[in-house]
Design a protein around this ligand. Structure first.
Ligand SMILES: NC(=O)c1ccc[n+]([C@@H]2O[C@H](COP(=O)([O-])OP(=O)(O)OC[C@H]3O[C@@H](n4cnc5c(N)ncnc54)[C@H](OP(=O)(O)O)[C@@H]3O)[C@@H](O)[C@H]2O)c1
Length: 207
């Protein structure tokens, strides 16, 4: 299929963005589905986020993925935030419905779907999440309501405790934050049913 005057545009924004695999991945999917869309990447300078959001409306960009460092600070510029993204405090996907921009968090819903699709039962289970960054936040909010117990273990202990507090305040779970150490892991690993690694460890060199 060729790009024509009618082709719809999707994009990812970030800073930097050159490393992103999203255009390759999404264009392959669009081609496979025979959809008249093209997916491109925009590197948005740090002080130009507001102008970029106006640009989405102006150029009728139908869908926007948001990556580092804009997942949190894009929120004030959007017209609506869905409840899960609001709880997490981060948006990674924006839907443009006739110049009305709706922020969502598919890091969260996607991670939960991947677990369910793999046959992982969540209801009544105990989970341990390694890491307390953006991905940990998204996954933990997505699955916390189904779980019986949730532990967050992080290299920087105070971030684990902060995320656990946030989860405890905003959801039905009483989450526990811990320092990630060999001893913590040894103690917890036999007690939990599900282990989720949200740190970049293990990704190198294919980050
Ligand atoms: N949809 C997706 O597939 C998706 C979405 C988002 C992210 N990701 C991937 O998930 C990973 C994490 O992303 P993020 O956005 O959560 O990053 P982030 O906010 O920077 O958080 C990184 C987390 O990993 C921990 N960490 C980093 N290096 C570590 C090390 N050497 N030893 C122990 N802990 C370490 C950090 O601990 P400290 O707090 O101590 O620094 C922090 O908890 C990345 O690989 C990213 O590409 C995937």
């Amino acid at each position: 299929p060729y790009i024509t005057a009618r082709t719809n545009v999707l994009c990812v924004i970030g800073h930097p963005i050159e490393h992103s695999m999203s255009p390759i991945m999404h264009n392959a999917a669009l081609k496979d589905l025979s959809l008249d869309y093209v997916y491109v990447a925009f590197n948005i300078p740090l002080n130009d986020l507001k102008k970029a959001v106006l640009g989405f409306k102006m150029f009728n960009i139908k869908g926007i993925n948001v990556t580092i460092p804009y997942k949190e600070n894009i929120i004030p510029y959007l017209d609506e935030i869905d409840p899960l993204a609001e709880k997490i405090g981060a948006v990674n996907t924006i839907k443009n419905e006739g110049k009305y921009l709706i922020g969502k968090n598919t890091d969260a819903s996607g991670a939960k779907k991947a677990l369910l699709d793999a046959g992982c039962e969540l209801t009544g289970k105990k989970a341990l999440i390694l890491g307390a960054g953006g991905a940990a936040k998204a996954v933990s909010f997505a699955i916390s309501e189904d779980l019986d117990a949730l532990y967050i273990a992080n290299r920087t202990e105070k971030r684990a405790i902060k995320l656990a507090k946030d989860l405890t305040n905003k959801t039905n779970i009483k989450a526990v934050g811990k320092k990630m150490s060999i001893n913590t892991l040894k103690n917890l690993i036999n007690d939990v049913d599900i282990l989720i690694n949200t740190t970049p460890l293990g990704m190198y060199p294919d980050i």
